[in-house]
Ligand binder design. Sequence first.
Ligand code: NOJ
Ligand code: CA
Length: 701
Amino acid sequence: MKFKAIIFGLLFPGILAAETLSSPGGIIDVTFDVNTDGVPVYSVARLSETVIKPSRMGFILKDNTNLTENFELIGSVRDSLDETWQPVWGETAEVRNNYTELLVSLRQKETNRLMNIRFRAYDDGIGFRYEFPDQRQLIYFTLVDERTEFVMTGDHIAWWIPGDYDTQEYSYTESRLSEIRQHMEKSITDNLSQTTFSPTGVQTSLQMKTDDGLYINLHEAALIDYSCMHLNLNDTTMTFTSWLTPDALGDKGSLQTPCRTPWRTVMVSDNACDILASKLILNLNEPCAYDDVSWIKPVKYMGVWWDMITNAKQWSYTWETPSVKLGLTDYSKATPHGKHGATTENVKRYIDFASEHGFDQVLVEGWNIGWEDWHGKMKDYVFDFQTPYPDFDLVGLNDYAKNKGVRLMMHHETSSAVTNYERHMRDAYELMQKYGYNSVKSGYVGNIQPKGEHHYSQWMVNHYLYAVKEAAKYHIMVNAHEAVRPTGLCRTYPNLIGNESARGTEYEAFEGNTPAHTTILPFTRLQGGPMDYTPGIFEMDLSKVNPDSKSHVNSTLAKQLALYVTMYSPLQMAADSPEMYSKYSDAFQFIKEVALDWSDSRYLDAEPGRYIVAARKAKGSDEWFVGCTANEDGHESTLDLSFLDGDKKYEATIYSDADNANYATNPQAYVISKKKVTAKTKLKMKAAPGGGYAISLKPIK
Ligand code: NOJ
Ligand code: CA
């Protein structure tokens, strides 16, 4: 069958008919054709309802040519797969990868250039990528831009953040597609560093909902050696077109055949829970690249961190800027300002608490010299990632932690001086290995150096993966902040245990996050991989942490607990201080007990921007954990516990908002109750405005 299509195509080029690929369960159809101008066109339908109208595909190249038209279809090959694989860590112990595949081969008539497009159809969406075979007609090429369209069927509701080449740290806007333009201006005023302006440009993963109740999500999978894709909307025709991140020269990427693009993905379902449960992005990534993964472990951690974020303490050691060049700096002569967070004494306090309460690691930021003028100065040589401040006993603290059964977590803030980081990376990783660190939180605050590069350009995309692969050689796990948003690469490189790459809890100490924020992130940012959201804040009035602060954390305390379940991550921080956890020790119990790795996950109830209710079963245990997060309207529902084992009885410990709780006015009002439950139990549950609830379910022996 395969061969017939190819041979037929070679004999009679250009007269092959449209091809339709149906997903294994017949739910999704993707249709491919080449139109009369030789433009490749695809469309997507779910149960015969159009999801993506006929949309063009191709590229504009720098040498004044294009790969958009004059193509003929010269062959097609079909395939399918139904396999089950085991992630090193994940939401489920097993992942089913079940798709049908269509590979179409195209030839551009005048240039003879060859371009293939590989489609995969799943029952919850599709992925496709461009593949450029080895050929003499096309070897080196530079992109002016990719021209992949996603033509929407109407003026859908979207949850979006503005297109930006350098940050995703935005609040989401919920609006009709036609309203993006009018919202964009305000969003730009609020933002940090939008490096370009497109009045209708948005980032992926983009979540939408149609008036017919279809949930559609656009993103990409396996972003490797290519620049990150945003989407530009033509708000007359409701057509999104791919918009790649430029490099320092303004080019969108340089490629050499044979090569391929990342997958462009469209998830679709009539049930919002299916979008949250989808494994499409992971499945489109390659299997694990490492033979030995025994060193990769989920991490629950505390940290010398929130005090700096709230400005109560400092990363730096002195107010002076003693460094002209690192290495020549003699900090012993500098006058300490007395607000340094990473002091030996303070770190010991965290180690003691972490050890007593069963945490794996303690993050310490501001341990290394250089923080006096670390960003905003366009310095190339900023940090050496190796020299501690005089009041941080690197060797002694690692020994101290080891004796207490915890590890320190390394911190590498690069300040986006990326060449400087690569210059020091191996020495820095070697130092970690020497003292027993096995995880690093890295960060990319500020403008990228080399100058003109962007956080999401091809060069940086390659850097982030280089750092992860190099780290693997030292058995180091990576949690990169401000890096490009993930696209499922953690399947292939599972030592990428976390990313920030979105607006995290730190913003609660700045302008605040909206109560809806964490009901949107799992639909968008989390599609590509886990987020180091750093939940667990128990003191919402931040003037109590730093008298100068006017910030307020827009969440109830119970919702902070729920985030450990609703925001899936194998890396979870308890971000508040030992004092707060001692003060609310009964609520802290949930953070201590909640699992990090799961054999099963069920999304029970969800609506983007409104609420999410999820239940997860701990890996290697019969315990379940439930979390619910709600926007400012709160959420009431009947929680059906039929996911529990029918043969067992469980003790449920329920951490819920008190009746009078409210994220703005009464966030710390919570109630803890215990109940005996079974799979037949239905619990009436209520989340306060901006609130939530968390439940642990332990089998009764
Ligand atoms: C921004 C990160 O998101 C935050 O967690 C970190 O503390 C600072 N950069 C300093 O590296
Ligand atoms: Ca950040």
